[in-house]
Design a protein around this ligand. Structure first.
Ligand code: NAD
Ligand code: 2VS
Length: 497
């Protein structure tokens, strides 16, 4: 069945105003399979004209049926999308693996999480999208309501495309906005599948639109469009800055989920085996292309040798393979360009004096974008390989002596997305977690998500938060209504005495 799905992948069109259409320019770009670097299909290359068309449709839908719809009815569509995703996991997950190189066992879980994103926001909106009341004695009742903002522009990356797209689309739609998604150009297949699912769910035309294309053209036009009220962006830090510059003239509201170089700190009293499991999973799952990956390991000097020996054994035994094989733990990186960038960091590591320890890639996979799981040993936090986001299955390993030193080093970086602390000392666990400058910390755990909590980073890792109530702050406009309950005093300007 999977073979049939992949052999029958069609060219991808734009989804605008309820129809699948070619780009206005007639142009298309090639989509490659990271496993073979062969062409999968052609993708319609949207640009300014298509963004204009999509914005027109989204604006009309917002003013029309979708904007007028009762909340219960709107949320029924959101639940329907969740159900349809669940029904089609077994075809969406292989498409995602085919397009990105992510192992199928992991994409299956991510697709299930995507369905959950829709369900979660339908529940959040029905139970929690409430305003506040501010009675003022018997003079006023002031209260707030949340209104959708309008047309939402969502710009997403290729590293976990389906899950990250739905993490934005679900709250944007559930709160009543209309949406234009600009997916990453390296991973268009499942965004297209989502358009088909949303079409099947029967949402009114123009409520959800997908414009494929490049960041510099389609993405930039979406950011600059005066009728797009907000941009939620996930991607690289430098792209985030560029987008903020380009959106300044039209005063866009921004949510920025950006890069990371997150520390995992393992103290000598940590549960050794669990810390080892978490540390390996945290850098090598998603092929290391995870924003919250623990890409900097700080390991206490008393257990450094033993922990590194155990890590090497894991690296030797990780199953590098075909992303569509159930047993595969690491697949090829999403694109040749990114692969070359990640490899360039292995050269930099050698130049900076690290001991580069890599697993192996089976000979039969040499045409894919495979980077073997790699440890950069004997590193110093000042090195480029400790400061820059590599975004591959590569972990920088740094020894430390004491708590004060490790906190300073963990924070000596421009990023602040996530962090992980391993210790059996509960006081130290809290203390160190609170001292790390990052948006999200986990104590004695890998990156386990709770959709209710604020997701996002500090410093150069982002602005704002997604998740739970935090999505309401971003995707809705709070309006306050002041109602006089009696005849309070009004100054009488210009009234003759
Ligand atoms: N903090 C988070 O939640 C989070 C989650 C996932 C990924 N990321 C980060 O994303 C990066 C990897 O993703 P990527 O390489 O796709 O990022 P990227 O910044 O290159 O691209 C992301 C998206 O932005 C678009 N884009 C590029 N230039 C644009 C422009 N000038 N105007 C508008 N849109 C533009 C791209 O086409 C793509 O859709 C990593 O840095 C990773 O850490 C962060
Ligand atoms: O690449 C960014 C993805 C972040 C989300 C997670 O790591 C996750 O939710 O598992």
């Amino acid at each position: 069945m999977v073979k049939d799905i992949l052999e029958n992948v069609q060219d991808v069109k734009l989804y605008i105003n309820g129809s699948f259409v070619e780009a206005t320019s007639g142009k298309a770009f090639e989509n490659l399979n990271p496993f073979t670097n062969e062409t999968i299909n052609q993708v319609a290359e949207g640009d300014t004209a298509d963004i204009d068309e999509a914005v027109r449709a989204a604006k009309a839908a917002f003013k029309g049926e979708w904007g007028q719809m009762k909340v219960k009815e709107r949320l029924a569509y959101i639940y329907k999308i969740a159900d349809l995703i669940d029904e089609h996991i077994h075809e969406i997950a292989p498409l995602e693996s085919y397009d990105t190189g992510l192992p199928i066992s992991q994409t299956k879980k991510m697709v299930a999480r995507a369905a959950q994103n829709f369900r979660f926001y339908a529940e959040m909106v029905s139970a929690r999208l409430v305003g506040d009341a501010y009675p003022v004695d018997d003079e006023f009742l002031n209260y707030t309501i949340h209104k959708p903002v309008g047309v939402a522009g969502l710009i997403t990356p290729w590293n976990a495309p389906f899950m990250l797209e739905t993490w934005k689309i679900a709250p944007a739609l559930a709160t009543g906005n209309t949406v234009i998604l600009k997916p990453a150009e390296w991973s268009p297949l499942t965004a297209n599948r989502l358009a088909e699912i949303i079409d099947q769910a029967g949402l009114p035309d123009g409520v959800f639109n997908v414009v494929h294309g490049f960041g510099e053209t389609a993405g930039a036009s979406l950011v600059a469009h005066p009728d797009v009220q907000l941009i939620s962006f996930t991607g690289e830090t430098t792209t985030g800055s560029e987008i903020m510059r380009n959106g300044a003239d039209t005063l866009k509201r921004f949510s920025m989920e950006l890069g990371g170089k997150s520390p995992i700190i393992v103290f000598d009293d940590a549960d050794f085996d669990r810390a080892l499991d978490a540390c390996t999973w945290g850098i090598f799952s998603f092929n290391g292309e995870r924003c919250t990956a623990n890409s900097r390991l700080f390991i206490h000097e008393a257990i450094y040798d033993k922990f590194v020996a155990a890590l090497k054994e894991r690296v030797d035994n990780i199953i590098v393979g075909d992303p569509l094989d159930e047993g595969t733990q690491i697949g090829p990186l999403a694109h040749k360009t990114h692969y070359n960038r990640v490899l360039s960091y292995l050269d930099i590591a050698k130049e900076e004096g690290c001991d580069v320890y890599s697993g192996t890639v089976p000979e039969s996979y040499k045409s894919g974008n495979y980077v073997a799981p790699t440890l950069l040993l004997g590193a110093d936090n000042k090195m480029r390989i400790a400061q820059e986001e590599i975004f591959g299955p590569v972990m920088t390993v740094i020894p430390f002596k004491d708590e004060e030193e490790v906190i300073e080093k963990a924070n000596d970086i421009r990023y602040g997305l996530a962090g992980y602390v391993w210790t059996k000392d509960i006081k130290r666990g809290h203390r160190v977690a609170q001292a790390v400058d990052a948006g999200m910390l986990w104590v004695n755990s890998q990156n386990v998500r709770d959709l209710r909590t604020p997701f996002g980073g500090s410093k150069h890792s982002g602005i704002g938060r997604e998740g739970g109530y935090y999505a309401f702050e971003f995707y809705t406009e709070q309006q306050v209504i002041h109602v006089a309950l009696g005849d309070h005093h009004i100054p009488q300007f210009g009234k003759k005495k």
